[in-house]
Design a protein around this ligand. Structure first.
Ligand code: COA
Length: 261
């Protein structure tokens, strides 16, 4: 992995563990951290050792308390659009990654933190997690995809309410709304749950997992016909060795061994 100053990364048994490590600033995302995330995900795509990713925040208090407000305070009309597009691009790399990415949300996931968690494929929250898009308190709106991803995850009415009030919600409510998949009492339990999910996904055919990512994401691309994407992706799977292995293994009453080919 590329050298990083703000993110701790460790690869173990095919899982890349990423920890945003600016605990004294509640892991706020500054430009440098965002660039490190970009570089890491560009590397994840080609790294055959990495089969899945877990992202969390350093310490007990915060996952990520938002984009770094000291940098937001310096924006002007000219660079603000670029600021948003840059963040959207980086989070797009996470969302479109063909390897499963799980956020373990340990504490505040506000603004860009909530947006980063939403860009991940699956979210596991610690019971103390707090989600929110409080940008309106700063006179701005979410800019890293939050207006879009929050709306399709929890629906228009609730998304409007959260973004317009800037209110935070707890982990259990986030689960009820469909913002998180699982809530566990402690960070250790949440990490274990994320590992359990990833390890299960890692036994499946990697090409099929990547195709699921593309097809699910195509739902939200207005110029794409998702059914067509699905049919094309289905055909791509059938061209793979893993398809032969999966179907043969079933007929031979044995467990398949997928090779990602
Ligand atoms: N950007 C930059 N710094 C941040 C930050 C952010 N998004 N969120 C927290 N910090 C910093 C604080 O400035 C403080 O730094 P300091 O010790 O050098 O003064 C440190 O992290 C601890 O935060 P603090 O506010 O003292 O903790 P708290 O427990 O009183 O409050 C929050 C926690 C999350 C409620 C509060 O920090 C907050 O509202 N943060 C901003 C959230 C936000 O608006 N995010 C969206 C940004 S677009």
């Amino acid at each position: 992995m590329a050298e990083t100053l703000n993110i701790l990364s460790e690869e173990k048994e095919g899982i890349l563990y990423l920890t945003v490590n600016r605990e004294s600033k509640l892991n706020a995302l500054n430009f440098a951290t965002l660039e490190e995330i970009r570089n890491i995900f560009n590397e994840v795509v080609d790294n055959k050792e990495i089969k899945g990713v877990i992202i969390t925040g350093s310490g007990e208090k915060a996952f990520i308390a938002g984009a770094d407000i000291s940098e937001i305070a310096e924006l002007n009309e000219l660079n603000a659009r670029k600021f948003a597009e840059n963040g959207q691009e980086v989070f797009g790399l996470i969302e479109n990654c063909h390897k499963p990415v799980i956020a373990v949300v340990n504490g505040f996931a506000l603004g860009g933190g909530c947006e980063l968690a939403m860009a991940c494929h699956i979210r596991v929250a610690v019971a103390n997690a707090k989600f929110g898009q409080p940008e309106v308190n700063l006179g701005i709106i979410p800019g890293y995809g939050g207006t879009q991803r929050l709306t399709y995850l929890i629906g228009r009415g609730k998304a409007n309410e959260l973004m317009m009030t800037g209110d935070m919600i707890g982990a259990e409510e986030a689960k009820k709304l469909g913002l998180v998949n699982h809530v566990l009492a402690t960070k250790d339990e949440s990490m274990a749950k994320a590992e359990e999910i990833l390890k299960k996904i890692m036994t499946k055919a990697p090409l099929a997992i990547g195709m699921i990512v593309d097809c699910v994401n195509s739902v939200y691309i207005s110029e794409e016909n998702g059914y067509q994407t699905e049919a094309n992706s289905f055909a791509r799977c059938v061209k793979s060795g893993d398809y032969k292995e999966g179907t043969s293994a079933f007929l031979e009453k044995r467990k398949p061994i997928f090779k990602g080919e």
